[in-house]
Write a protein that binds this ligand. Sequence first.
Ligand SMILES: Cc1cc2nc3c(=O)[nH]c(=O)nc-3n(C[C@H](O)[C@H](O)[C@H](O)COP(=O)(O)OP(=O)(O)OC[C@H]3O[C@@H](n4cnc5c(N)ncnc54)[C@H](O)[C@@H]3O)c2cc1C
Length: 416
Amino acid sequence: MMNVTQSKLHNGSLYWPSTMSDIPSYPALNQRVVTQVAIIGGGMTGAICAAVLARSGIPAVVVEGNLAASGSTAANTGLLQFSNDIMLHQLAEQIGEMAAVQFYSACRQALKSLSELADTASFETGFHQRSSLYCASSLEDASKLYKEYGLLRKYGFPVDWGVPSHIQHQDSFRETAALVTHGDAEVNPVRFAHGLIDGAVKQGTKVFEKTKVQEIERRNGRFVIHTANGQIIANQLVRAAGYLPGIESSQQIKPILRRSYAITTPPNSLPSSWPNHYMMWETARPYFYFRTTPDGRIIAGGLDENRPDPVTDSNYLENRAKHLLAELSSLFPEKQWAAEHAWCGTFGESADDLPFLGESPEQPGLFHALGCGGNGTVYGMLAAEMLKAQLLGEKHPLSALLTPRRAGAKPNTQII
Ligand SMILES: Cc1cc2nc3c(=O)[nH]c(=O)nc-3n(C[C@H](O)[C@H](O)[C@H](O)COP(=O)(O)OP(=O)(O)OC[C@H]3O[C@@H](n4cnc5c(N)ncnc54)[C@H](O)[C@@H]3O)c2cc1C
């Protein structure tokens, strides 16, 4: 195991930081800065918001308490899908078919926007278009999955039914009921976030690292953001501070925190029987999933636990890694699998499986950008688009659905 790191959001040997030999760094804030938008948090969400604002010519400052892309973003396995943890037909039962389709369509559009951002990022981000194989974990789930296929197809989403013929020769998938979604993608989250931040800086955005926001005050309609050695005065505030509480306690959203595990196999370990770099996940909850990397690794994850803190016991982490390797062995029994990296990370969920995005009803000018569940990057893109619409005085079609004050946020998720 390499690159052993510890933080409150992840623990173990992360893979992504090892893919960047020269990670950009930014100064700590030691002055008073005036801007239009202050973004608290330099993770994936803050980076996407910064990139979108920079491209729209909106002045912004990113303030990061630790290092950019070092929070949950560094533990992210980098699967980007328009399908969500909650299936379209289940979401339709929850919020109505039209609203559910609108949300799924927005996620699909967000993938296209992420692809455009990747194309113009200042360096290679590991963004590649992929298709996903969504496998039924049980006979009962096969009919659920087929229902999902029908609804996705009805609304023109790019889906096929059945395991593609070039994967069928893999015995473990031959009998599996599966839905294939196209237009998904994989990304290197650390390179992507840094690429976006670097690009935004070149367009005028200011970024400060190792600058924790300690207090936020309202003065003459503006936000005064206090840090140890400086101040940021901003008209608008974006809370892209991820899952841990700490700032804006009066308006805080409390996601349900869980921990999840992931491993990376060595380069060139990808079996030739798995062509076209398909991403794979399943209908069971929590789900096992894997994706590949351009240098022939498999990144596999799952085994979510109802615990907020990442595991600190290295024996337990090793045991979870073995469990993920055993899952791989059951799918590809012809190979001997080993993990080069294994880690555990914290992520947040909401009671209704939707992210919390939008302006605080109590504090005009404060925008919450908190993506929950396994699709946080796509939700980061939605957040940036909604933020931009708000700043331009436009109404975003998803604002009522995703508002942090929505009824669906109850009962496990509180806004205090
Ligand atoms: C194991 C695992 C696998 C995952 N896989 C995927 C996946 O395949 N696809 C996907 O889309 N998502 C995935 N996720 C979820 C994804 O990691 C998150 O949704 C996403 O990274 C959240 O980004 P963020 O910027 O909101 O949070 P973070 O990356 O945590 O960034 C928040 C930043 O805010 C900073 N901050 C906090 N408080 C302050 C303060 N007071 N002052 C200044 N700065 C502050 C923190 O230091 C941090 O850097 C996964 C998560 C885990 C744990």
